[in-house]
Structures are given as C-alpha cells and as structure tokens.
Design a protein around this ligand. Structure first.
Ligand SMILES: Nc1ncnc2c1ncn2[C@@H]1O[C@H](COP(=O)(O)OP(=O)(O)OP(=O)(O)O)[C@@H](O)[C@H]1O
Ligand SMILES: [Mg+2]
Length: 399
C-alpha cells in the first residue's frame, strides 16, 4: 500500500474514533425542533380555504369547537386545529386514495440555485394547507435534511438509510423503513446520509456490468417510491447539483419537474446546457428500459431582486425564453429567506427577522409562486383536475 493510501486509511480510523466520541456527547434527542405555530382567524380561514365569516358561523352553530383565546381575547388556531377544522367541515385537499402522489424533482445541475430552499418551503407550504408530503433528500450535502432537523450524523449506525437502499452492494431493501418523522405532522422525510456519496459510486460501478444491473441501478428510487406512492399527496425530490446516478435516479422517479433558475446571467446560460443534458439523459434512461414522462415541467425564477442592475432584463429574457413553462411569479431574493435558512428553518416556521411588512411580503410572494405549482400538482389528479376553470391561490375553484 502506498504512503498516501496508508496515511488516508489511518486518518479515517482516527476520524471514526473521534466521531464516535463526539456522537455520544453532542447529539441530544431533547434538542429537536418543536413547531409552535399559531394562526389568527384570517390566516386560519385562508389555510383551510374558507372565509373567516364561514368559520365563525360554523363555530357559532357548534359544527366547530370554539377557538382558543389569548389573555387579551384574541382568537387563535394551531396546526392541529386546522386539521380538525378540515375534518369537521369535510374539506379534502389531497388526492383521492386510489390516485398516486405527484413526484416532483426540484432539479438543476447548477449548485446554489435554490433547490433545497424551494424544496423545504414548498413542503411547508403544502403541509400548512393540509397536504401530506414526503421529502427525499438525495444530496449528500444534506441541507434539506438539516432543515428538517435531522442530523445526518445521527444516522451513522442505521442500516435503514437512503444510501443503503440505493446501493447495489447493500442488502437493505425495505424503502419505507428509511422514512422518518419531522416536526410537521404531515411531512415525512427520507434523509440524506453520510453513505449517500458511496451509493453514487456503487451505482456508477454497475456500468461495468451493464444491461440489467444498470437498469436496476437507474430505477432503484423509482421502485422504492412505488411502494409509498399512494400514502402521500406530493413527494419532493431534492437532488445533488451534479448529474450522476443519484441525479438519474431522481429523473427516473419523478412525474413532474420544477427547475429553479436565479435571475443571473451565468445561471440562465447554464440552464440552457441543463435542458439539453436533461433531454440526453432522458434518452439514456429510455434506452435502458426506463421510460420517463413528466406531467409538467416548470421553470421558476428562484432569486430575483428587481432593483439589481441587469436582473430585470434577465427576468424578461427568461419569460421570453420559457414562455408558458415559466411560473408567472418569481421568488424574490429576500433577507428573510436567507436568515431563516441559515437558522435551518423555512420562513413559514420563523418569526419576522426584520419588519413585519418585509416578512409578510416575502411570505405572500412565496404563497403566490407555490400556488401556481400546486395548481400543476392538482391537475395531475383526475379527482381534482380543474382544467379551464378559474382557480384561487390554493388551487381551489372559488365557490
Ligand atoms: N429567494 C432567496 N432569497 C435569499 N436567499 C436565497 C433565496 N433562495 C436561496 N437563497 C440562499 O441561497 C443559498 C443557496 O440556496 P440552496 O441551498 O437552496 O441552493 P441549492 O440549489 O440547493 O444548492 P446546492 O446545489 O448546493 O444543493 C442558500 O444560502 C439560501 O439561503
Ligand atoms: Mg441543495
């Protein structure tokens, strides 16, 4: 063995020893995130898709329990209250039981374009409206996993990880066992794990065997998801910023694609390359017995500052290029989003970091963007499809 390999092996051993010592000291289960969200009558009504007057009437008539009250008499609702209201009023937001979850790849091979930020915020947006969501963090960097308060290091001893499930070298085959709870009652996650990068290499090595081994390697995630596709409304896939077997697994498993592109020239130009590579890769998948057919493809401008020189032109150029495939609202670049994600939260989970007005504008902007994506999602379920009818920001047809 060479000096370099010897040194690296011995460094690995001392890292492993240190990791075990750190693990026993640092990770405290009691430090888990607790969601403590409350909503005033206006927001609560909006989140269940009714007017505040309709809620007040149902409360008065005894069809709903009286809301909780603060000392100052102000009424408020918790996330659990919203679930109870939907149940009591027969409000069913998700797919019909026999329908499949919509599986969205939040995909772009460029790094830092907002994939994980959008995945986390869209998941929380959906959960607030009563949808059940499964998030799959396919990125070894694990940012989305951390935002859902799961420390990848805590999975070290676990056999039941996405990495092991995907790796052809592992015997672990029970995909649902890799699903974890989050602080949100209706969001579950398959976290990234430290071994996910190894899975990428193990999958790539199937190329040497060719044929059936490659096909199975490309379809691992798709096969795993097929066992839970009736259990969730929406499944969000957050891929790594590179095209390898993990990225191909995401593309093969998805039934819709959302492409975040910031209003910056370099990102715009790299997206042209991305689209071309995606098309090539879909041909590779199809040539390997893995047909791919997305119900929708949408490009979302993921960070836009109208006052920044050049960004307005970029935004116009993106609209001209992608036309109907572009969401009509851009996600505005916002300090609120930046601050929230740095604290491993979404803005839906955090309080305003500056003024209430700035926070509110940021939230309204995200609601408008995700309302458009939700409409695409609902179009995929025959029971909810409202093609041709006017819809509101919830993707519902106004009564
Ligand atoms: N609309 C926004 N406003 C402000 N900051 C943003 C916005 N969207 C993303 N960011 C910030 O940009 C950085 C990169 O975002 P993110 O991690 O979501 O990108 P990514 O595409 O997932 O990156 P990677 O390819 O490395 O996985 C993060 O620090 C995030 O807080
Ligand atoms: Mg990411």
């Amino acid at each position: 063995m060479s000096y370099t390999v010897n040194t690296l092996r011995s460094l690995t051993r001392s890292c492993e020893q240190m990791r075990d010592r750190v693990k026993s000291v640092v990770f405290k289960p009691e430090d888990r995130k607790v969601l403590d969200l409350t909503f005033g009558p206006g927001v609560a009504a909006e989140l269940v898709g009714r007017t505040p007057e309709a809620l007040a009437k149902a409360e008065k008539e005894g069809r709903l329990p009286a809301p909780k009250q603060l000392n100052n008499g102000r009424r408020y609702y918790t996330l659990e209250d919203l679930t109870q209201i939907r149940e009591a009023l027969g409000i069913k937001v998700g797919k019909a039981p026999h329908e499949d979850a919509v599986i969205i790849a939040v995909q772009n091979f460029k790094g830092g374009v907002g994939k994980s930020t959008i995945t986390k915020h869209f998941a929380d947006f959906l959960a607030l409206r009563g949808y059940s969501v499964l998030v799959i963090d396919c990125d070894p960097q694990a940012s989305t996993t951390t935002m859902f308060d799961i420390q990848p290091e805590t999975l070290i001893d676990k056999e039941e990880t996405l990495g092991n499930y995907l790796s052809p070298r592992s015997v672990f085959d029970d995909f649902p066992a890799a699903i974890h709870d989050t602080a949100w009652p209706t969001i579950k996650i398959v976290p990234s794990s430290l071994g996910l990068q190894d899975a990428e290499w193990d999958l790539t090595s199937t190329l040497r065997e060719g044929g059936q081994a490659v096909r199975e390697g490309l379809q691992r995630l798709r096969i795993g998801l097929s066992s839970v596709v009736k259990d969730f409304d929406v499944i969000l896939l957050d891929p790594p910023p590179a095209m390898g077997f993990l990225g191909l697994n995401v593309m093969a498993a998805a039934t819709g694609m959302l492409v975040p592109v910031p209003a910056r020239q370099l990102d715009y130009l790299s997206t042209i390359h991305f689209m071309d590579t995606i098309a090539d890769n879909i041909e590779v998948l199809e040539a390997n017995g893995t047909p791919v057919d997305y119900g929708f493809i949408r490009i979302v401008c993921s960070a836009y500052t109208p006052s920044k020189p050049g960004e307005n032109d970029m935004w116009k150029m993106m609209q001209a290029t992608y036309a109907n495939f572009m969401l009509s609202q851009p996600v505005l670049a916002s300090e609120e989003i930046k601050n929230a994600t740095q604290a491993f939260r979404s803005i839906y989970e955090s309080k305003p970091s500056a003024s209430h007005g700035t926070y509110q504008r940021c939230r309204e902007n995200l609601d408008a963007v995700f309302g458009e994506v939700l409409q695409q999602v609902r179009e995929q379920w025959p029971s909810k499809s409202i093609s041709g009818l006017p819809v509101d920001a919830h993707g519902s047809v106004p009564a």
